[in-house]
Design a protein. Structure first.
Lengths: 295, 251
């Protein structure tokens, strides 16, 4: 290290030491709600025109319950700062509405560019964000479900009840803000700031994670439905070749589900594929993606 | 600029002392010929390959999400401008790129020996992801790829039936379509070597060759809308088909 560098180092250390206090920009409130958007309430198809989201194979689907258990909301900065917000476990039913998950008072006003949260099964301390049945929370805790979805799919004369329980934990980190595609969120001084965890349920039915223009299919799932009782993730495991999905009679549907390279472990059947897809459902303020880590 | 936060980062920096320092590393493609020339698919076909190549547009070694820089390197970067041939961030994840190969290469998967592609500039530190971008469709692809971004030719056999086949994959130009990410865990350091191995067995692991279109006295073509074409499209972007290892320099 030459003299100039040593001089710069000494100068900077002095400046760092001298300027490390009292630069507060004030405080604000951050309220975080959760939404499954219109799909969670009204099912598929949803939207209209170019914005319509619909199954490409003619199915319709109505959700009856969209239960999500979340915890560990993080509000941090790339610079290492941490708002150290208290965000306990909470369970919400997105079919019933868009309830508030957490409200944080006296948060230092600044851009918090490292926002994240976690899907995790409920605990005995979990709170209800809206009118969730106690029995459902107990079942999620017993089965280790972070997500539990009940729905009914229909096509022509056929009706398929669905019950998907996702027994995993997923940590979302470095979430982009879907409002402006910046990192995290800005907490403004002396203001009530609103933000949203957004759950994209259409991911559960995407036929690809390798490209951006996925289609929604249900024929390969319906093909594995039992004669009685709801279709479960265990039933989807019977679709064993993602490049060669079969009808109920065993004939080729000439369809594939392409997981791309984003999932670890690599899904090898339709059960594993849909569970992997579910790890990507959590967003931030609409379309903002996060880094998804499955545990 | 909030100087107090610079101080905070300095106090919190706790990576290795060399993290972030400029280094030079080697870049090699290993032979995977033994496992790729002949293999059995999950669908029960015994496959023997005569050709298997894939074009790569670029390779990136990406730092983990919880990036923390060594204190010495942090101050060095803070106080002294450092020229980086890399040093950017991955567009898709926003994570730091430790090293990158930007010269397109064609990997001959059946080559008997390793192929060394020279040295790369990089920076020391932990790597969690290798991102490979397959060749662009409009790039000047060599004749050995037959106009495709990846190409195979061989024979599949099952229950006495032999199916000679050949074909390539066309992948859209957008980056997500050409991206393959594979998880790794190692720490780049001066003089070490990154080695890539490609498995053609993974490309075709779910292929059912009797579903290829019939052809008279010729190889049956792997078309994009055939089951084999779909299986290969999944396989060629599977992280299981690409293994990246790190070998530090022997002191």
């Amino acid at each position: 290290m030459d003299t100039v560098r040593i001089g710069s180092l000494v100068l900077a250390m002095g400046v760092l030491a001298a300027c490390s206090s009292d630069d507060s920009a004030g405080e604000g409130t951050l309220r975080v709600k959760i939404s499954g958007e219109e799909a969670a309430k009204g099912g598929y198809p949803v939207g209209s025109g170019d914005d319509e989201i619909a199954f490409s194979d003619g199915w319709t689907l109505q959700f009856e319950k969209v239960l999500v258990s979340l915890t560990d909301f993080k509000l941090q900065g790339e610079d290492g700062d941490d708002a150290e917000v208290e965000a306990g476990s909470v369970v919400a039913d997105l079919h019933l509405g868009d309830p508030r998950l957490w409200s944080f008072e006296n948060v230092p006003a600044r851009r918090w560019d490292r926002v994240g949260y976690r899907y995790a099964p409920p605990t005995s301390k979990s709170k209800k964000a809206n009118d969730v049945d106690d029995a459902d929370i107990e079942r999620m805790a017993d089965e280790g479900y972070a997500l539990l979805i009940e729905a009914t799919a229909k096509k022509a004369e056929r009706t398929v009840p669905i019950e998907f329980g996702f027994a995993f934990e997923v940590t979302m980190t470095r979430c982009e803000n879907g409002m402006d595609m910046t990192d995290g969120v800005v907490v403004a001084n002396n203001a009530v700031n609103e933000a949203q965890v957004t759950v994209h349920l259409d991911h559960l039915f995407f036929d690809t994670f390798a490209v951006d223009d996925a289609s929604l299919h249900f024929d390969p799932m319906a093909a594995m439905a039992p004669e009685s009782g709801p279709l479960t993730l265990d039933d989807l495991a019977k679709q064993t070749n993602l490049s060669d999905l079969k009808s109920a009679e065993g004939s080729p549907l000439e369809l594939a589900y392409d997981p791309g390279s984003v999932f670890k472990p690599i899904p090898r059947n339709l059960d594993e594929y849909v569970v992997s897809a579910a790890t990507t459902t959590g967003h931030w303020n609409g379309e903002g993606h996060c880094i998804y880590t499955r545990h | 600029m909030k100087w107090s936060r610079w101080l905070l980062v300095f106090l919190c920096a706790c990576g290795s002392d060399t993290a972030g320092q400029s280094i030079s590393i080697g870049w090699t493609v290993a032979s995977a010929a033994d496992e790729s020339k002949s293999f059995t698919t999950d669908t029960g076909w015994q496959v023997t390959l005569d050709e298997a190549r894939v074009g790569l547009d670029s390779v990136f070694a990406i730092a983990p999400a919880a990036e923390k820089q060594g204190a010495v390197a942090f101050l060095s970067h803070l106080l002294v401008p450092v020229a980086h041939a890399h040093g950017g961030h991955d567009d898709a994840s926003g994570l730091r790129v430790r090293a990158e190969l930007l010269d397109p290469v064609v990997v001959d998967v059946l080559a008997d020996g390793p192929e060394r592609f020279g040295s790369l500039p990089g920076e020391a530190g932990e790597v969690a992801t290798i991102k490979l971008e397959l060749a662009r469709p409009d790039s000047d692809l060599p004749d050995s790829l037959h106009g495709f971004q990846a190409y195979v030719r061989g024979v599949a056999e099952k229950n006495g039936e032999q199916v000679p086949f050949a074909g390539g994959v066309h992948i859209a130009d957008d980056e997500p379509s050409r991206r393959v990410e594979t998880a790794v865990k190692f720490e780049l350091s001066e003089g070490g070597t990154l080695t890539l191995a490609v498995s053609a067995a993974e490309w075709l692991r779910e292929a059912d060759f009797d579903r290829l279109p019939e052809a008279d006295d010729a190889d049956r073509e792997i078309t994009a809308d055939s089951q084999v074409g779909r299986a290969w499209m999944i396989g060629v972007r599977s992280p299981a088909a690409f293994e990246v290892t790190w070998k530090p320099r022997k002191d």
